[in-house]
Write a protein that binds this ligand. Sequence first.
Ligand code: UT7
Length: 398
Amino acid sequence: MSLWMANFIKMNGEYLLKALPFLLKSVKILLYMAKNHFLWENNRSNMGSFIKGLGFYVPENVVKNEDFLKYMDTTDEWIQERTGIKERRYATRHKESTVSLAAEAAKKAIADAGIQASDIDFIIFATLSPDYFFPGCGVLLQRELGITGTECGALDVRNQCSGFIYALSVAHQFSSSGMYRNILVVGAEVHSMGLDYTTRGRNVSVIFGDGAGAAIVQPSSEAGQGILATCMHSNGTHAEELAFINPGCHGGRYGDIEKYGYLDEKEYGGTFLTQKMLDDALIYPNMNGQLVFKHAVQKMPEAIMEVLNKAGYKPSDLKMLIPHQANLRIAAFVQHTLRLNDSQVYNNIQKYGNTTAASIPIALTEAYQQGLFSSGDLVCMTAFGSGFTWGAVLMRWV
Ligand code: UT7
């Protein structure tokens, strides 16, 4: 030992002795971290993910088809015949919002997964009807759940009807890579606050409903379990055929002053929301229903076949298909194309209408709670919607 070292110990021996427990504890923590990291890295190549918990929430307020008769020229027969919808739920003003519905669904999913809200290390929130233009719903949900202290990440997904499929696919990647252990994936919508309740908007307004569904995604090291395959697609050719364009930051680029109007006296700005948009009622979603229908019945079966092929299965192997609840006739087309029987396809659009990003997690949770599938069953989910975007997820239920 050098003279310098001997002197150092002699002078600081007392302090070193006091610091010894702390040093040992630090070494122990470092060894624990290294061991965990080694195990994690070792398992990583075999890792996948699965849904550990599910939950859904819909507002109490039931709106029946007949309730629209006082606002627009429509009938219960038309709505049921063309869509299958009998009723839907609407959020209560000043009390509920997309985020509050999401929080209720999330609390149920958290309880179902047997974890605490504070265990969530990432939030993925899919919606087309956010509480605010910005910030996104993910951070508002984090606040609503009382977990701002965790400072976990929050991501908003804006893929409309296929939002939950995209969100779950992202969660699957983050989970399988070992990045997060409890990802909260939510699809939630409050459509009712922004629809056109006149005859002009009847092809859209009678279809949509409010609600939320949530899932807790965890990593899994069991081969062939949980999420087996995902696919995501888009084609922006018909972006405006199912869209909510105004207010927006497009600056009139896709139309002219004639269409949107400008506050000409202003040097900057003044195009986000113009008086003309309000006067001409250009502030509602619009949909070319027939065009969307035609693409949906083609792309949803394609997406299902893609994930089945990736995982080496065929339609008859499916225990349950959860199609996005856009229209009962679309679901029937998909079922017919894949030669599935009634017990293999779950629909609940009759009760809730089209809840966009929430429709799949709501239907998945209901089917799961009704015992329509259980551990070991092959479950597929698929969606198509605005964008156009579409996709599918195939799971071996754990
Ligand atoms: O989840 C997002 C993705 N969205 C979808 O997947 C929606 C796909 N599309 C559809 O579900 C259907 O196209 C709709 C349900 C939206 C419409 O059904 P359709 O059989 O395609 O009807 P249509 O649009 O061809 O309209 C037929 C008639 C029209 O009247 P005319 O022009 O024939 O006189 C519409 O004005 O039905 C009229 N109509 C209505 N009548 C009574 C449209 N909406 C209504 C209504 N009540 N609510």
